[in-house]
Write a protein that binds this ligand. Sequence first.
Ligand code: FES
Length: 377
Amino acid sequence: MSNTQPAPVASERTPLKARKVSFAWEKTPLHWVPGDPFTTHTINVLHLLLPAGERWFIHVYRQVLPYIHDEQLRQDVIGFIGQEAVHSQAHDDVLPRLKELGLDPTPYTAQVDWFFEKLLGDRTLPPGRARTWWLMERVALIAAIVVHERLREGEEVEVRDPRNRFPLAEAPAYLFVAGGIGITPILPMLRSVAASGADWRLLYGGRSRATMPFLDEIEKLGAEGGRVTVVAEDEAGHPDAAAALADTVEGTAVHCCGPEPLMDAVGAALPPGRTLHLERFTAAAAASTGSAPFEVELRRSGRTVRVPADRSVLAAVRDELPYVSYSCEQGFCGTCQQRVLEGEIDHRDELLTDSERDDSMLICVSRCRGERLVLDL
Ligand code: FES
C-alpha cells in the first residue's frame, strides 16, 4: 500500500489529546458507501469491534500509568486514553442505529465483549512477575495493533540494532571450535574469514556426521589447505581441542561455541597469547542469589529497592520498573546490562569485557560486594 500523505517531519511532535469525534448516525443510510453494501458492512464490523477494543485499550493503559516515569510519555499515554475514550463512545453510538435499521449487532458484540473482557481481561494473578507479564503482554499487543493500523510508508521509526555478544574479533589468525549446533554462530564467521582470505582453522565435533548441520558448506569452505577438521563421535570420539590449540600461532583469536565440557576444555588448554571468545547456550554456573542483602538506588527514577539474599537485582528492580529488559536471566545474553554509578559490583557473569565491568553489570546474576549500588535507571 502506498501513502499519498507527505511524510511527517522528524522533529514534528503532535501532542496526543482527546479530540471531539462524533458521527451523525441518524442521517446515515444503511448502505452509506453508495452502491457498495459489501464495503459498507465490512467497515460496519469495525464499529462493532472498536468500542469494546478501545475500552480495553483504556483499561490496560490505566494500569500502565503508575509505571511510566518519563513525563512526556506519561502525558502522551494520558492523551491516548482520552482519545480512545471519545472514539469508543462515538463508535458505540452506531449500535442502536444499526438495530433500528434491522441489523441486531448484539450477538456479535457479545462475542467481542467476551474476547476483550474475559480472554484479554485482568486475570487473578498474585502481585509480582506473573501479573506484570500479563500487563506487558497486553501492552505489546496494543502496540502491535497500533503499528499495524497506523504506520505508513515514509514514516520514521526508531529501531535498535540487534545486539551481538559474539562478534568476530580482529586477529591475524583464527581457530574456531564448534560442537554440534554450536556451529550456528560460527558459520557466518567462517564465511567472512574465508571471503577475506584470513588464516583460519575449524575444529567441528558432533555425535555423527548425519547430525552435524551445514557440513557440506563447511567442507567446501575449507576444501583448500586442510582448514576443517570434522570429528564425529561415532567414528572418532571427542574432538581434541588441546591439540588444535597447541597448533595455533600467537595472536590467534579462538572462537568457541558448543556444550559446556567442550568450552571448558578449550578454556583450560588455551595457550598464552591467544584470546578466547565463547558463546554459551546456557549460562555458566552463575548464582544470582545467595549473598547478603543490599540496597539498589535507581537514581534516575528516584527509587530505592532492597535486594534480599534470595532474589536477583533484576527481580527486585522489576518490581519497581517492570519495563527493564531481560531475556536469559542467566548472565549470558547481555540484555539486562545496566550502568552502575556507585558501589562495588560482584560480577558473576562471564560475558562482560573488563572495560564493561568497570561501570556496568548484568543485573540478572551479578550482585553487590557492599551494602549499596547505584544504577543509572
Ligand atoms: S538477562 Fe541475559 S544476561 Fe541478564
